[in-house]
Design a protein around this ligand. Sequence first.
Ligand SMILES: O=C(O)CCC(=O)C(=O)O
Ligand SMILES: [Fe+2]
Length: 196
Amino acid sequence: MDALSLHDYVIIDNFLDAGRLHTVQSFFQSHLDVFTKAGIGALGDHTIRKDIRGDFTYWLDRQRDTELQDIWSLIDETIYIYNRYCYLGLSGYEFHLAHYPKGGHYDKHLDQFNNRNNRTISMVIYLNKHWQQGDGGEMEIFLSNGSSLLVEPIEARCVMFKSGTVPHAVLASHKPRYSLTGWLLQQPSALGQFLG
Ligand SMILES: O=C(O)CCC(=O)C(=O)O
Ligand SMILES: [Fe+2]
């Protein structure tokens, strides 16, 4: 949490324990056929642009996806810690599973949209077994000093960063790439799936 306030991002390896990892990986595999093509922008701005963004997503719903109870409680805990120690006033979240097929990428962007800026902390948890150097799919984080950093999407690794100020991209993945991605919000929204 301190790292996030100092550097705008933090990387935590083994964020998911073996039990949670298994739960979310199994859930992922059993829902892969109902993922839909992800778009960019919110509301009237929402468009599907494969040249910008190549992933397929599945929006999660706490009421419906009760198999993920351990994940929901981890998200609750994370929000509690941010509010307790960083006074962020987070009061909601929205999460989706993301599948980048081979060749999928996401161009440099910010996670806040022009007409909707309540995404405060972005949180990406990678689910890729046996990820190796050369498999591509790194997240590139663009730092305020002009340099950038490549983060490999290694199983159970979590990356968190400030949604409104940290530009980032996903480099082309040479293998199918799986993640659980979400946003901690300053005003609750149950509309993530309609907004982008
Ligand atoms: O999967 C990642 O590494 C980042 C995904 C991302 O930037 C997004 O979904 O907004
Ligand atoms: Fe993003």
